[in-house]
Ligand binder design. Structure first.
Ligand code: FES
Length: 110
């Protein structure tokens, strides 16, 4: 893995989200706890809603457009909805958020 620094942990409030632009497109970061962040595609699998503007609850996010709920751990839509968003490995180091650049690169090559 090649880890890319994409910002400070403290720039995202707890239970908040932020969108960052990468070479693979827009990635949504979700801070689900003091030292826990998940990264996924920012684009809802339903009709492309901006997931970083959704509501974070537990380890899930609700899309702001039509309320599909996704697991931030697996990217799977929950309940009766069927769909999946890409998820990316993340780690926190010295207060910085690092994302797996190889995973992002694979997506852009697809
Ligand atoms: S676009 Fe996300 S639920 Fe419809």
């Amino acid at each position: 893995m090649s880890w890319i620094d994409i910002g400070a942990l403290d720039d995202i409030p707890e239970r908040g989200a932020r969108m960052v632009r990468t070479r693979a497109g827009c990635v949504a970061l979700f801070r689900t706890g003091a030292t826990e962040v998940f990264a996924t595609s920012n684009t809802c699998a339903h009709k492309g809603g901006p997931l970083a503007e959704g509501i974070v609850h537990g380890r899930k996010v609700t899309c702001p457009l039509h309320n599909w709920v996704y697991s931030l751990e697996t990217g799977e839509a929950q309940g009766a909805d069927e769909g999946r968003i890409a998820t990316y490995p993340v780690r926190i180091e010295d207060g910085r958020i690092l994302i797996d650049g190889d995973a992002i690169g694979k997506r852009s090559a697809a």
